[in-house]
Design a protein around this ligand. Structure first.
Ligand code: CDT
Length: 308
């Protein structure tokens, strides 16, 4: 057995007016709870430190930049890193990254249990749009505020296992899991901010949104024989609801734990990475069964083209 006691740290709503210091206090409270439950690895959501600001249309770059972190840890996040180090707890954490070169990314980092950052992933599948869209009930401006990630889908050895990260919309794309699956990934972490209603189809509410979310995460886990730990920022942010449904999913695609609220809520599971071995050596033994000579279109073509 190679068990990692893993906690999904769902965060409830963060309002526009909330500050990072207060959010970090909430995060440390969850960290203490995870420690009492003997977790050694915790996963926080996408853009953990602030409200989901891409719902707001902004024209001034200085206004946009206030939502970004130019250092990690920075003054507001240092207490979290210090406490995690004292407790020997490794973390996965999402935030908006502003690089020294002035680039903006939707980023997730991985730390070891001594508080060192050992991995960084920048969100590749950015949903939404770049310009104000009158036809939507609310905006989703990730394409305006972020560049597409430039680091690929790497994996890292941590806590005795092989770990990868993706962010929110990435979970809807099987390619993201598979690129990590081809590197032997045993646990994928992913944070999300998913609006409870489809801005382009009001009939699509939380039930359907949760269905699609579980469907993507469970199939990604099963088809790559990996644990998936999916963590929400949930609740109503300045009138805009986000789904909860944080999940810990085993390599068979089964949900082992799921949050029940849209508040700050921890769920925990002892994830045995050796449970990945059976799937990886049988039905999803990629080396024996994949037929890459037929997969060329996946990298040659972006959009669908129908036959004449
Ligand atoms: N944060 C994020 O990626 N949210 C998307 C919303 C898609 S609708 C524009 C998601 O896939 O949940």
């Amino acid at each position: 057995m190679r068990e990692i006691v893993t906690a999904a740290m769902q965060m409830g709503a963060i309002q526009k007016s909330d500050n990072r210091e207060d959010v970090v206090v909430r995060m440390i409270a969850l960290l203490e709870e995870a420690n009492r439950a003997q977790a050694t690895f915790v996963v926080f959501p996408e853009l953990t430190l602030t409200t989901f600001f891409p719902r707001w249309y902004m024209e001034e770059q200085s206004e946009v930049d206030q939502w970004f972190e130019s250092e990690m840890p920075g003054p507001a996040t240092l207490p979290l890193f210090s406490r995690a180090k004292e407790l020997g707890i490794a973390m996965s954490l999402g935030y908006a990254e502003l690089t020294p070169e002035g680039q903006h990314f939707n980023t997730s980092i991985l730390t070891d249990n001594a508080g060192n950052i050992i991995g960084k992933y920048r969100k590749i599948h950015l949903p939404g749009h770049s310009d104000y869209d009158n036809d939507r009930a609310f905006q989703h401006l990730e394409k305006r505020y972020f560049l597409p990630g430039d680091l690929g889908f790497p994996v890292w050895r941590n806590l005795g296992g092989i770990m990868g990260m993706m962010i929110c919309n990435d979970r809807r794309w099987p390619e993201a899991y598979r690129v990590m699956g081809l590197q032997g990934v045993e646990m994928v972490t992913l944070g999300f901010n998913t609006p409870s209603v489809n801005s382009q189809m009001g009939d699509e509410g939380p039930e359907q949104r949760l269905f699609h979310h579980r469907l993507c995460c469970q199939s990604g886990a099963y088809q790559n024989a990996t644990w998936v730990v999916a963590v929400a920022k949930a609740g109503v942010e300045d009138g805009h609801p986000l789904i909860g449904g944080s999940l810990i999913i085993d390599p068979n695609g089964k949900i082992m734990a799921e949050t029940q609220t849209e508040e700050d809520e921890m769920i925990i599971h002892a994830c045995d990475l050796d449970a990945c071995n059976f799937g990886k050596s049988t039905i999803f033994d990629f080396k024996r069964h994949r037929r890459i000579e037929h997969y060329g279109l996946i990298t040659e073509r972006t959009g669908a083209q129908t036959p004449p």
